[in-house]
Ligand binder design. Structure first.
Ligand SMILES: *Cc1c(COP(=O)(O)O)cnc(C)c1O
Length: 458
């Protein structure tokens, strides 16, 4: 089985190999006690090879269309996988960090991501955060005129000039995608300077004219559900505005374009579609000037770097039926799949059935709901799904959950955050697990719930 990792050219993301590694890992997770048993009803697995392949695919896709020597910094949107070892792994792959809060900045720093490969974006940066970013040489993008005015008062005090890249986030107002909550380029989005509002373009041009230290321009048109053509159109608008700023300045004032992230993930099969290569080619067709070498580029992909690498494994505790509806009650619900539970149409997940030994379940399909442990009726991760009939003791696997699922838990019902386990395959085919995050203990839950302050309200 040593060939599972072999034979895959760097940068390729082979769906068959991904599925084969997942099956082996599930089996090994049961055998090695990572999941199952009384105290491990839920665990998250992360395929390290899949993360490395995704990072390599991103890098080779952009390198394939870029000018020789063009500077490209790929960063990972920390919110998609806010786990220090994951950030460290990506840093090892040459991927920096895009942080949007003091916590995310702290995680990137703890992971050892250099300031020069960190970008700070957030619509609500405090003065302290701005100061810290400037002092450490972290690039940032101002979201709005008030933030820019605040920066005016801070950049002068920075020793050695501003140092890092400083930009403004624009909203090209191109309209939304399939998921409202993920659409950041609507006419009324809360992010960035709304470029088509009256006077906004002139305001941006003036802002750059008056601030020679502004040297970047940023957009992020949306995440899951956004057509790639809309994403590329947003990048074109950003590029065209940079050209206008530079023409007005009579120099190359904007040196770097930060084109955001948002590549959608296919949640319906193991195939990686669209691929980074397809997106890079689309960008090259839509905005040829992006890759002629005059601009440095920054990207901020999150979901597409991690989603396919993750699997949540949940033990089926009981099965039952109610009013003719068949329900498998598992340990994975809203605490680990918040979006899928609360917005099921927008965030459907594949569920795979494994038996108690972690082998793919061979039973015939029946229509069933897959429920979680939370105490509200809507706590379902799949409804009316045709799956091998699940039985108590089996494992339900939530696929493609490497991004925004186990790294973004919800503490409803005081359910513990599950352990996260990276896995690799040894030369001899053995699966090895590496603790990314310990499962949360009951003592940990009590501590977070004010355990130390028990009598404070008496
Ligand atoms: C969330 C976010 C990203 C990453 O989006 P994905 O859909 O995970 O790729 C990138 N940039 C900004 C500004 C974001 O808010």
């Amino acid at each position: 089985m040593a060939d599972l990792d072999a034979g895959v050219a760097p940068g390729t993301q082979d769906p068959g190999a991904l599925a084969a590694r997942r099956d082996r890992a599930v089996h090994a997770a049961v055998a090695q006690g990572v999941v199952g048993g009384e105290d491990r009803p839920l665990a998250a697995l992360l395929d390290v090879a899949a993360v490395r392949e995704a990072a390599a695919a991103l890098q080779s896709a952009f390198a394939g269309v870029a000018a020789p020597g063009q500077e490209i910094l790929h960063t990972f949107a920390v919110k998609a996988g806010a786990l220090v070892p994951v950030l460290r792994l990506l840093d090892d792959c040459g991927i920096g960090a895009e942080a949007a809060s003091p916590g995310e900045l702290a995680l990137a720093r703890a992971a050892g991501v250099p300031a020069a490969r960190t970008v700070l974006d957030s619509p609500a940066k405090t003065e302290g955060e701005l100061r810290e970013a400037l002092a450490r040489g972290i690039a940032l993008n101002a979201d709005n005129p008030q933030e820019l005015a605040r920066l005016d008062g801070l950049v002068d005090g920075v020793p050695g000039g501003h140092g890092p890249g400083l930009g403004i986030r624009i909203n090209p107002q191109l309209g939304g995608g399939a998921i409202d909550a993920m659409s950041t380029a609507t006419a009324t989005s809360k992010f960035g300077v709304a470029l088509r509002d009256e006077g906004a373009r002139e305001w941006v041009l003036r802002a750059y004219r008056e601030r020679p230290w502004l040297n970047r321009l940023h957009c992020h048109v949306g995440s899951q559900g956004m057509p790639t053509a809309t994403m590329a159109a947003g990048v074109r608008e950003t590029y065209e505005l940079a050209e206008e700023i530079n023409a007005a300045a009579g120099r190359r004032q904007v040196t770097t374009l930060d084109i955001g992230g948002g590549l959608p993930v296919n949640f319906t099969s193991d195939a990686t579609t669209p691929s980074y290569a397809e997106y890079a080619r689309l960008l090259a067709e839509t905005v040829p000037g992006l890759f002629d070498g005059r601009y440095g580029l920054v990207t901020e992909f999150g979901r597409s770097l991690l989603a396919k690498a993750g699997t949540v494994l949940a033990r089926v505790e009981y099965t039952k039926s109610a009013g003719g509806r068949r329900i498998a009650v598992t340990h994975a619900g809203a605490q680990i799949a918040v979006r899928t539970v609360f917005a099921p149409e927008a965030w459907p997940l594949r569920v795979a059935a494994y038996d108690a030994e972690g082998r793919p379940k061979a039973a015939p399909d029946v229509t069933q709901d897959v429920a979680g442990p939370c105490c509200f009726a809507g706590d379902l991760v799949a409804r009316g799904r045709d799956l091998p009939e699940l039985a108590a003791g089996d494992l339900a696997a939530l696929l493609d959950t490497g991004a925004y699922y186990f790294s973004n838990p919800f503490s409803y019902n005081s359910l513990p955050r599950p352990g996260v386990h990276g896995f690799t395959t040894d030369g001899d085919g053995a699966v090895r697990f590496h603790t990314v995050r310990e499962p949360q203990s009951l003592a940990g839950i009590v501590a977070e719930a004010g355990g130390r302050h028990r009598d404070t309200l008496l």
